[in-house]
Each structure stands twice: as structure tokens, then as C-alpha cells.
Write a protein that binds this ligand. Structure first.
Ligand code: GCO
Length: 452
């Protein structure tokens, strides 16, 4: 095995989310989410998967916790479904919903696995989506209330909290391009959805702390942006893309400002006051990394596609294909050094203001049934790059691979498999893949090295 030795105490984990795994979409008083409604519209889920079953996690969670225990994982990053806990988005709490997470947390603790819940992994309660979702400032206040409710119940046993997952994807795919729930196609008019998620994060951090939670972070996607071509238009296109996907989210959180005035001017309300809330100091910052992005001038001809999403030609940048690297089943290039590049960028940009980092997601879609050697190579490569980044002085405290099991990959349905564990969607049978045994051995040998 060629995974280098990480610092003692480095945390080894796996990630998942509620909509992608739980199923039980209307069991025990859960309300519908915007994603439930969106996925039920004909043609939205490309392979026609019925997303209401998930992987059956709501029913099979004990089996999955046993799999985590078999892996030797230190922590499990799952998400709490907001409409399971507060079905109306505000108002009465659903006790059976909270009870489920209480049982899950107990089960994890009983196996010595730290529960690391994400409070928002995209499943907005439908009534809030119908009232404008993240375009409506009120959603941020409702989120904070809900965060407080969950913490009141679980903070005594949860050692690590994540407010929100990937606000950039929600903004871009959900509100700008309409590929994800709630299916809005507002292009740059989508930016208020970014601001309100950031505000929700800041208010959420405060509500969590007020309810006794500690060790709070967020999971933000980062992609190093590479410039395609050498013209001024290429440079401007790449710079704009970098701004709106990376820094429009990281800067408010970590530096209390928007990356430039043009972006700030497109945001609603009294941005200055909000930025103070948004930049409430965090205990740590989570990075979701999959691949770099090559961007240049807009392309006149028709549409670019990015990760299978169509990019309208009127956007002021154009995404190009990265050539010369192996790709995953999503067509994403496998560039482990991009992880190091991103981490070093974060360190250089924020210096002392940067809290310790965790990799909250990293993984790949490969359809190799259970003999998933490409996944092993992917994770191994990225752990190598991560180790190099640590050697270059970036303070990274842990790594969560995406994902423990195969799951519903949003609009791709079950056709993209990210798991260490295979799911048979007919029987919901779980079968550990070769990568599961490999990751278990990595964790074991890291622990042995740490105590040697
Ligand atoms: C994310 C998504 C995950 C995806 C994963 C692979 O945070 O990007 O939330 O749910 O499944 O990233 O695309």
C-alpha cells in the first residue's frame, strides 16, 4: 500500500446525505422536500429512478453503521432531513423525525463512531420552496430555528457539526440553470439564493452554539479554475467563474466580504450587516473536492456541457473539456493534484484567518460492481495529494470519502455509483466493494503507525 502516514489523530470518515439514502420519503410524519417534488416531475431524473426509496437507509441504518464500524471509521458525515424534523419548514416539530436521528446518533456512538451531521444537504421543506426557497430571506431564519431544534436534541452526543452543504451547487444548479430543485433558470438573478444560504449558515452557527453545539463547520465545494487559452476574454471568463464558484462563498464566510463590488451589488438587503453574521468564526472549514475546471471566453456556438449540465451560451464564460487525464463515469477528469492546489490556494488567500480544514467530500463515480479498482486508485491518488498539501503547511485534520454506499446521485438517479459499498436497488442488499476492504486496511495501518 502506498498511502503515506498522516499525522496522529487525523480523522478518517465517510459521507452521505439524507435525500440520497434515506428513502422513507413520507414515513413517520416526514413532509415533502423541494427535491421530492422536483424528482416526481416527469423527466427530471434521467434514468427514471424512484427517488423515494433511496438506499433504504432509514430502515437499514444499523446495517450501515455496522459497515462503518467494520471500516474502522472515526466519523460518519450524514445529513439531517429538514422536512423530516420540521415538515412545514416552520412551526411544529415532528417528534418521530427527531427520534430517528436520536437513534442513529446513539447507534454511531455505541460503535465509537463520531456522528457528523450536516443540517442542510439540499432538501428544503417544500412549503419553504413554494414561498421562494433561498430567494426568500425568511428561509435563512427558518433554517436557524431548525438548526437550534436539532442541536437541543443532539448536541450532548454530536462532536462535529456541518451547517450547509455546497451552497454554490444549490445556487448554480438549482436557481441559475434549473437542473436541480427547485428548477429555477434565473442565471445571474440567482445570486440572492447564494446570499441567503450564506446568511442561513451564519445564523445557523449562532443558533447551534446557543443550543450547546461545538466544533462547527460548513462543507463548501472548491475547484481550482484553470484558464483555457491566452486571450484577455479567456482570462476574464476564468476569473469570473472562479469568483462565482469559489470565492463568492468562501470570502464571505472566511473573510467577511464579497470578492468584488459587482458581486456584492447583486446581493439583496443590507449586505454589510449580513456579512458580519456570515463570517461568525468557525471551528473548521470543510472542502468538497472532485476536479479542477478549465474555463475561458464564452463560446459562440450552442452549448457547453459541464458534468452533464447544459450551460447556456449567453453565460459570460465557457467551460472546456480537460484533456489528457483519465475520467470517471461522470466524465470528470481525475486530477489528484487539484486537491493540493485548492488547499494551498485557501491557505494563501486567508492565511491566519483560515481555520483547520477537513476534506468533507472526495470520491468518484465508477461502475465496476464490486471490483472497483479505479476507485481505489482515485482515493489513493487524492490521499497522496492531501498528504503533500499537509507537508506544504496546510492544516488538514481529516478526510471523508464520498460515499459510504452507492446512492441516489440527484438527477442521475442510481446510474452513478460513488460507494465503497454496492447497493442492489431491487433488494437493497449491501455488498462491500474492493475499495471498502482497501480503505479499511488504510485506516488500520494509519492507526497502527500513529500508535507505533
Ligand atoms: C455534493 C453532493 C453530493 C454528490 C457528490 C457527487 O455535495 O456535491 O452533495 O451529494 O453526490 O458530490 O456528485
Amino acid at each position: 500500500m502506498t498511502v503515506p502516514t498522516f499525522p496522529p489523530g487525523f480523522l478518517w470518515g465517510a459521507s452521505a446525505s439524507a435525500f440520497q439514502t434515506e428513502g422513507a420519503a413520507d414515513t413517520d410524519g416526514k413532509g415533502p422536500s423541494g427535491w421530492d417534488a422536483f424528482a416526481a416531475q416527469p423527466g427530471r431524473i434521467k434514468d427514471g429512478t424512484d427517488t423515494t426509496r433511496g438506499t433504504g437507509f432509514h430502515e437499514h441504518y444499523r446495517e450501515d453503521v455496522a459497515l462503518l464500524a467494520g471500516l474502522g471509521a472515526d466519523a460518519f458525515r450524514f445529513s439531517v432531513s429538514w422536512p423530516r424534523v420540521v415538515p412545514g419548514g416552520s412551526g411544529p416539530v415532528n417528534p418521530a423525525g427527531l427520534d430517528f436521528y436520536d437513534r442513529l446518533v446513539d447507534e454511531l456512538c455505541a460503535h465509537g463512531i463520531a456522528p457528523a451531521p450536516t443540517l442542510y444537504h439540499w432538501d428544503t421543506p417544500l412549503p419553504l420552496d413554494e414561498a421562494g426557497g433561498w430567494l426568500n430571506r425568511d428561509t435563512a431564519y427558518r433554517f436557524a430555528e431548525y438548526a437550534g431544534i436539532v442541536a437541543e436534541r443532539l448536541a450532548d452526543r454530536v462532536p462535529m457539526w456541518i451547517t450547509i452543504n455546497e451552497p454554490a451547487e444549490v445556487t448554480m444548479l438549482g436557481y441559475a440553470l434549473g437542473e436541480h430543485a427547485p428548477g429555477r433558470t434565473l442565471l445571474f438573478d440567482a445570486l440572492p439564493a447564494a446570499h441567503h444560504q450564506l446568511l442561513a449558515h451564519g445564523l445557523g452557527v449562532r443558533a447551534l452554539r446557543a443550543a450547546g453545539a461545538t466544533n462547527i463547520g460548513i462543507a463548501v465545494s472548491h475547484t481550482p479554475v484553470w484558464t483555457a487559452g491566452e486571450s484577455e476574454e479567456d482570462r476574464l471568463g476564468a476569473e469570473l467563474y472562479d469568483t462565482i464558484t469559489n470565492w463568492m462563498f468562501a470570502d464571505p464566510i472566511l473573510a467577511g466580504r464579497y470578492p468584488d463590488e459587482n458581486v456584492a451589488a447583486l446581493m439583496p438587503g443590507s449586505v454589510e450587516d449580513d456579512l458580519r453574521t456570515i463570517s461568525t468564526p468557525l471551528d473548521w472549514y470543510g472542502v468538497n473536492y472532485y476536479n479542477p475546471t478549465l474555463v475561458g471566453a464564452p463560446r459562440a456556438e450552442a452549448l457547453d456541457t459541464f458534468s452533464g449540465f447544459e450551460m447556456p451560451a449567453e453565460l459570460p464564460f465557457g467551460i472546456r473539456e480537460i484533456e489528457g487525464y483519465e475520467t470517471t463515469d461522470f466524465g470528470w477528469p481525475v486530477v489528484p493534484d487539484g486537491l493540493r492546489e485548492t488547499l494551498v490556494q485557501l491557505r494563501d488567500r486567508y492565511g491566519d484567518r483560515l481555520p483547520p480544514l477537513y476534506i468533507t467530500e472526495n470520491g468518484c463515480a465508477v461502475d465496476e460492481a464490486v471490483t472497483d479498482t479505479r476507485r481505489i486508485a482515485f482515493i489513493e491518488g487524492h490521499l497522496g495529494a492531501l498528504h503533500t498539501a499537509i507537508g506544504q503547511g496546510v492544516d488538514v485534520r481529516g478526510y471523508f470519502t464520498w460515499s459510504l454506499t452507492d446512492n441516489i446521485e440527484w438527477i442521475e438517479g442510481t446510474s452513478k455509483r460513488f460507494g465503497l459499498v454496492h447497493i442492489d436497488y431491487e433488494t437493497l442488499r449491501r455488498t462491500p466493494k474492493r475499495s471498502y476492504a482497501w480503505y479499511r486496511d488504510v485506516i488500520r495501518s494509519q492507526k497502527a503507525a500513529g500508535t507505533a
